[in-house]
Design a protein around this ligand. Structure first.
Ligand SMILES: [Zn+2]
Length: 285
């Protein structure tokens, strides 16, 4: 007659296995599109390096004491210009891929993945620059330096996307609207919570309004910077008003979304963690 006590097995109690769950994950389509963009980037970058090598082969035949003819200068600089175009085109695909499938800021490779285009700019122009200096081909030195710096500047991602950023904003939108659904236009720099927002309608009436998740907005409009204030402030205020929130409550909801994203909230399900008491709202930059 002994009562068998029901043993409740508690999973995941081990402290040695910290949660490695991604905080935000792209959809299968986004991941596949990112893969294609990365492939195009690599192909274009390889071709850029081939162009650089071609320029270096021509330059290798130069006698350092004999100046290049105008024709030779034009030829080498033209090849380096092709190198530049291929580099920047490749970097553009790479940046697109990062918006579709961003790296995590927690990753040691975050900077490398976000700024791979800058690294490629160095690969595409530093070797030929050094060779041109050794060979005293001064016009080529000038061209390689300008193209290298310009190519690096064009290849840099000044506002790189991150999984954390997407998670925060997805959580915040869900907190405000109950679902992760936003609207944007092709040329706008903000995403909106309401499809009848005055800013969405004003002077963009000919455009098709698109709807989707926050991540979809970033994937489809490269003009929207991945940062919190890319959310239209008029829509944000309207959502707060509809909820009857004060500015203080709105700020708390924002802080909560940022905190939830840090804690790996399941943003894909549109669910925020249960109303657990927050010890203190961590000050955010
Ligand atoms: Zn709006």
């Amino acid at each position: 007659m002994a009562t068998t006590k029901k043993v409740t097995h508690v999973e995941g109690g081990s402290a040695s296995t910290p949660s490695q769950q991604p905080r935000w994950t792209p959809t299968a389509e986004a991941k596949s599109a990112a893969g294609k963009n990365r492939m195009y980037a690599v192909i274009l970058w390889v071709l850029a390096v081939v162009a650089e090598i071609a320029a270096m082969v021509i330059l290798s035949k130069k006698d350092p004491e004999v100046a290049l003819t105008t024709g030779q200068n034009v030829l080498i600089i033209s090849i380096l210009f092709v190198d530049l175009i291929l580099l920047v085109a490749g970097s553009s695909f790479w940046k697109n891929a990062n918006r579709l499938d961003p790296p995590s800021k927690a990753s040691a490779m975050f900077a490398v993945q976000s700024q791979a285009g800058v690294i490629m700019a160095a690969v595409c122009f530093v070797p030929v620059l050094i060779q041109a200096i050794i060979k005293k081909a001064w016009f080529v030195v000038a061209a390689a330096a300008i193209f290298g710096v310009g190519g690096g500047a064009a290849s840099a991602d000044y506002k790189p996307a991150s999984q954390e950023e997407y998670a925060q904003q997805s959580s915040y939108v869900t907190e405000l609207m109950g679902s992760n659904h936003v609207y944007w236009t092709k040329s706008g720099t903000k995403y909106h919570l309401y499809d009848d927002c005055q800013y969405l309608k004003s002077d963009r009436t000919t455009e098709i309004f698109e709807g989707g998740t926050v991540a979809d907005a970033y994937a489809n409009n490269s003009k929207i910077k991945p940062e919190m204030n890319s959310l239209c402030s008029a829509c944000e205020k309207r959502a707060a008003k509809e909820k009857g929130w004060t500015d203080q409550q709105l700020q708390e909801a924002k802080d909560k979304a940022i905190e939830a994203a840090k804690n790996g909230a399941a943003v894909l399900e549109g669910a925020l963690p249960a109303e657990e008491p927050q010890p203190e709202p961590a000050p955010q930059e």
